[in-house]
Design a protein around this ligand. Structure first.
Ligand code: NI
Length: 172
């Protein structure tokens, strides 16, 4: 049975701390962690989950824009670097660490990312539209950046105020 991790919520400082590179590959621990991250992401109905969101400051993220419907869409990115960005898209975005809040974010329409897999092999993946958005959102997480950082100050402060109110009411 996979382990389901609770998702760390804003404003936990691990979410705004750049994660450290993964150095050990092909270990039973890493393979289990990846399986558990997919399971935790599906349980939370997300399309992406980065290790800092489960309290681990490591440059590892899992993505599946099919939300578990199509195994071919499962993507594991370790130590990823976005090497190409093309075009622009603006669309509504949310984050499992900021539940209940969505906002328009402008990002590149297409990206290429270079990353390592669970065995430590480097590969390149390209994505457009939703997949490109997910890759950029998740790589941001590894750099300690939340989608809130891409909003106007006004919009960001409004969401932060609402979260503080939820915290005070014990609902966050
Ligand atoms: Ni997120």
């Amino acid at each position: 049975m996979p382990k389901l991790y609770p998702i760390v919520k804003f404003p936990d400082p691990i979410l705004t701390t750049p994660a450290a590179p993964v150095a050990e590959f092909d270990t039973p621990g890493l393979h289990a962690l990846i399986d558990d991250m997919f399971a935790s992401m599906y349980a939370a109905a997300g399309v992406g989950l980065a290790a800092p969101q489960i309290g681990l400051g490591q440059r590892l993220t899992v993505i599946d824009c099919s939300t578990g419907e199509d195994p071919a869409q499962k993507l594991v990115l370790i130590n990823p670097v976005v090497t190409r960005r093309q075009g622009k898209q603006t669309g509504e975005e949310g984050c499992l660490s900021v539940p209940g809040f969505r906002a328009d974010v402008t990002r590149a329409m297409a990206v290429t990312v270079r990353a390592q897999n669970a065995r430590g092999e480097w590969f390149e993946a390209a994505g457009e539209e939703l997949l490109a958005r997910a890759i950029q959102h998740e790589v941001d997480h590894l750099n300690g950046i939340l989608f809130l950082s891409h909003l106007s100050t006004l919009k960001r402060d409004l969401i932060k105020r609402k979260i503080r109110k939820l915290q005070q009411d014990g609902e966050w």
